[in-house]
Design a protein around this ligand. Structure first.
Ligand code: ATP
Length: 141
């Protein structure tokens, strides 16, 4: 069976943890970050890594990003970069886009662009922990 191919853009705490979990689950992961030091740290943990600024369309094109099964935009603080990256991915025809939002407005813009799933890490984790506290038998989801 062909391994599922993911790309994670932005390898901060959220992105790197997501990328390594996907690796542990047997997926192929292309990690992208504009910070060379971060990429060097992740180089032997992911299938492929590349130093790149994903707000440049040519960069995304040359990486063949549209062939990925799913691309996760894990850039948060730089809202402009997050939005521009999501828009370019959408225009390139990426099948499934997931993006992290830092505020409701940021999330709204990502949804308008057509991002398939918007994640609010702190809010979503709060909901998840509450459910697990109420029902400890609940399977991790
Ligand atoms: P986290 O909360 O997940 O730790 P963070 O606060 O460390 O994230 P963010 O600003 O959310 O950092 O960005 C996550 C990563 O995205 C950083 O490592 C940053 O270098 C990378 N990044 C930011 N802008 C771009 C861009 N235009 N292209 C590629 N990577 C980018």
């Amino acid at each position: 069976m062909k391994m599922r191919q993911f790309s994670v853009i932005g390898l901060g705490r959220f992105g790197s943890s997501l990328a390594m979990t996907l690796m542990n689950e047997g997926c192929e992961v292309l990690g992208i970050d504009k910070n060379e030091e971060i990429i060097n740290n992740m180089a032997d943990r992911l299938t492929h890594v590349v130093v790149a600024d994903t707000t440049e369309e040519e960069v995304l094109r040359s990486l063949g990003i549209r062939n990925m099964d799913c691309v996760i935009v894990a850039i948060g603080d730089d809202i402009q970069a997050s939005i521009m990256t999501a828009l370019l991915l959408k225009d390139l025809g990426v099948r499934m886009i997931v993006a992290k939002a830092l505020s409701m407005l940021h999330g709204k813009v990502l949804e308008r662009i057509g991002v398939d799933r918007v994640i609010f890490p702190e809010r979503d984790m709060g909901v998840r922990v509450a459910h697990q506290l109420i029902n400890p038998n609940l399977l991790d989801y």
